[in-house]
Design a protein around this ligand. Structure first.
Ligand SMILES: [Zn+2]
Length: 161
């Protein structure tokens, strides 16, 4: 799935600045409170602060709608690219986003799923999530092509991303 692959790239970039405290602001489209802090999976992760019932929307990431042509130009100007290509023509640049969900880590047995719709990356609970639990999604196929070791820790772990 192209969209999931692009999200994985964005998330990996978000975690790329070691030690940097992430700038996070709770936006109106964040339905349940979350906290961004160090994760044993990778870098920073997103942790539930509210109980989340199954199937409900947790929140989303919004960015700036741009053309793919503009996205390609921007990608050459910065080493911290957070761009999701929605189609051959449309893209979203999340570089300036402070939405907490952009730090969501991958798990091979995730408790949430991501949906790309109307230029937004939305997160839905797959099951009940309790406060303190890390929120995870399955990135699907990523640009790592199975060469990055997965540390999600689930018994069903595929071992690599
Ligand atoms: Zn895994």
């Amino acid at each position: 799935m192209k969209s999931a692959k692009s999200f994985a790239e964005a998330s990996a970039e978000a975690a790329a600045a070691p030690g940097a405290a992430p700038r996070v602001v709770r936006p109106p489209w964040q339905k349940f409170a979350v906290a961004v802090r160090r994760s044993r999976i990778d870098g920073h992760g997103v942790f539930a602060a509210d109980p989340v019932p199954p199937r409900l929307k947790i929140g989303e990431i919004r960015g700036e709608a741009i053309s793919v042509a503009e996205a390609r130009i921007r990608a050459t100007r910065t080493d911290r690219v957070m761009i999701v290509e929605l189609s051959s023509r449309r893209a979203i640049d999340f570089s300036k986003s402070t939405d907490p969900m952009r730090f969501t880590n991958h798990s091979c047995k995730p408790n949430a799923r991501l949906v790309i719709r109307n230029g937004r990356v939305e997160f839905y609970a797959r099951q009940a999530i309790v406060p303190g639990q890390e929120i995870t999604v399955d990135y699907g196929e990523t640009h790592h092509d199975g060469k990055l070791a997965c540390r999600c820790g689930s018994p069903q772990c595929r071992g690599a991303l």
